[in-house]
Design a binder for this molecule. Sequence first.
Ligand code: NAD
Length: 241
Amino acid sequence: MQQMKIHVEAADRVFVLTGAGISAESGLPTFRASDGLWSGHRIEEVCTPEAWERNPALVWEFYSKRREDGAKAQPNPAHIALAELEAQVGDRFFLCTQNVDDLHERGGSQRLVHMHGELAKSRCEDDCGRPPVEDRAIYKSLAEVGHCACGARLRPHIVFFGEIPLEMGRIERAISDSTLMIVVGTSGSVYPAANFVHWARQGGARTVYIGPERPLNASAFTYVVEGKAGEVMPGLFTVDA
Ligand code: NAD
């Protein structure tokens, strides 16, 4: 059977949105696994401002484990395929990931934003204005967690549910400039990311979804490529010079 191709034209500006599914074949569980939990936890226990207020030790325990698992994982062929596409498309390429792992960077991507934060960074819990700091520590207890220069405790540089995603201005501009949107491995249930396809369609862009199941917002896509990202993405793109 001949594999479908996604054709990137010389004038295309490409916006890519990725979700937890692109890292599934690297061994990192998606958020909505069949049990509805994220690595055994309810989101309200570990990924909300209220959880941080109530039990910062549990939140740090959870993200320390995510750091440990993330460091062991390797980019898979889907991460590599996007880095190769970027190398051909250059400044007409923009990658927005909902993922907090660094597998896109390690796969070679350069023009990317992490709208939900990054596992490998921490920041001031009081939002004192200092930028996030590199932090890959695996904390065994709250007593080990460092402090910001202002004296407040460091929290994971993660956008908790209920908080505003990062870099939304840049993301919105890149979507309105785009002519081709490629969405990979996201269930279409976390907002505002689930709306990006609608914004792109309003601007007239072609929209493609790649993943093994149809997302909740599937009807907004021009094409759906059904399959695991690591299996279907290598060789999927043809690029005009
Ligand atoms: P989600 O868990 O809600 O949905 C995952 C999607 O990936 C599903 O639609 C599923 O069909 C698809 N999928 C599963 N295996 C796949 C594969 N091999 N190839 C392609 N697609 C595959 O994920 P979401 O929509 O990204 O929302 C999850 C939220 O949780 C995000 O905000 C993210 O920050 C966070 N999260 C991040 C990571 C990570 O950084 N690796 C992991 C889990 C959750």
